[in-house]
Design a protein around this ligand. Structure first.
Ligand SMILES: Nc1ncnc2c1ncn2[C@@H]1O[C@H](COP(=O)(O)OP(=O)(O)O)[C@@H](O)[C@H]1O
Ligand SMILES: [Mg+2]
Length: 250
């Protein structure tokens, strides 16, 4: 059985892709077979964390959704790209960075259920233990379907009033739609704040568990989505926190 985890936030730039890529690598390190899907067709990014600016002619999630290939064909086994090599395996389903394909995806000319169907088939075919889906910010029919189909929803927010408001909206909708286990992760907490206190306040305010409060990290900002924090700086405080998050998620 595969545990599917949707990673979402109401606002963009909250760290979804950064957290998704690093958590996926840590999960593979712990011996799991992990899938990582870039479902943010408008703003694709996950391949960048693995040092690939260009996917060449490799098929992407866009091609699957447009009916041009099976999802398995759009999947890249990136296990050997990682140094050191993880004990488990990591499979990336990238989204296309080509302007034409991004525009094609904006037309939304595909069935909203196609993503969930593809994910289920892929999980079975590859015998995945866990599959992470990096979703676009905000709310859309596709995103709501992904959230509802997932076994867990990891909702990211920053300590910011716009984020608090938006997160409240997503939680209310997720509850109404019967989404499964919901967890919050507070990211980019200013270093002068007490992360424990922030986590407690958010947990009490939303009545949902907070898996971590991650401080603003100079290291993450310097890496700037061009690599993996847990590989470049495995002993940094943020890498340690992310390892604890993995332990709580799987
Ligand atoms: N804890 C953090 N501290 C500092 N910068 C961060 C942190 N988390 C993410 N970032 C940076 O914020 C930017 C947006 O992150 P990203 O993962 O692309 O967000 P999203 O996918 O939600 O739009 C990136 O440049 C990333 O490096
Ligand atoms: Mg992103």
């Amino acid at each position: 059985m595969t545990t599917t985890i949707a990673i979402h936030s109401f606002r963009r730039g909250t760290g979804k892709s950064t957290i998704a890529a690093n958590l996926a690598v840590l999960m593979a390190d712990s011996g799991l077979r992990v899938g990582l899907v870039d479902a943010n067709l408008q703003s694709p990014s996950l391949h960048l964390f693995f040092g690939r600016l260009d996917l060449g002619r490799h098929p992407t999630l866009n091609d699957y959704l447009a009916g041009r290939c099976e999802l398995g064909m759009a999947t890249i086994n990136v296990t050997s790209w990682l140094r050191p090599s993880p004990a488990g395996a990591l499979f990336l389903v990238p989204a296309s960075g080509e302007a034409v394909k991004i525009l094609e995806s904006l037309r939304g000319d595909y069935r909203a259920e196609a993503l969930s169907e593809g994910i289920n088939a892929l999980s079975n075919d590859l015998g995945l233990d866990v599959l992470l889906v990096d979703t676009p910010a905000g709310l859309s029919e596709e995103t709501l379907l992904t959230i509802v189909a997932a076994d867990r929803l990891l909702l990211l927010l920053r300590p910011d009033h716009q984020d608090y408001h938006g997160t409240g909206v997503v939680i209310e909708l997720a509850r109404r739609l019967g989404a499964s286990k919901l967890m919050l992760l507070v990211n980019e907490v200013p270093v002068s704040f007490d992360t424990g206190e922030v986590a407690m306040r958010v947990e009490t305010g939303f009545g949902q568990p907070v898996v971590a409060a991650l401080p603003h990290s100079e290291e993450l900002q310097m890496i700037g989505s061009g690599g993996l924090l847990v590989r470049r700086l495995p002993d940094s405080p943020s890498s340690h926190i992310l390892r604890q998050v993995v332990a709580g998620l799987v």
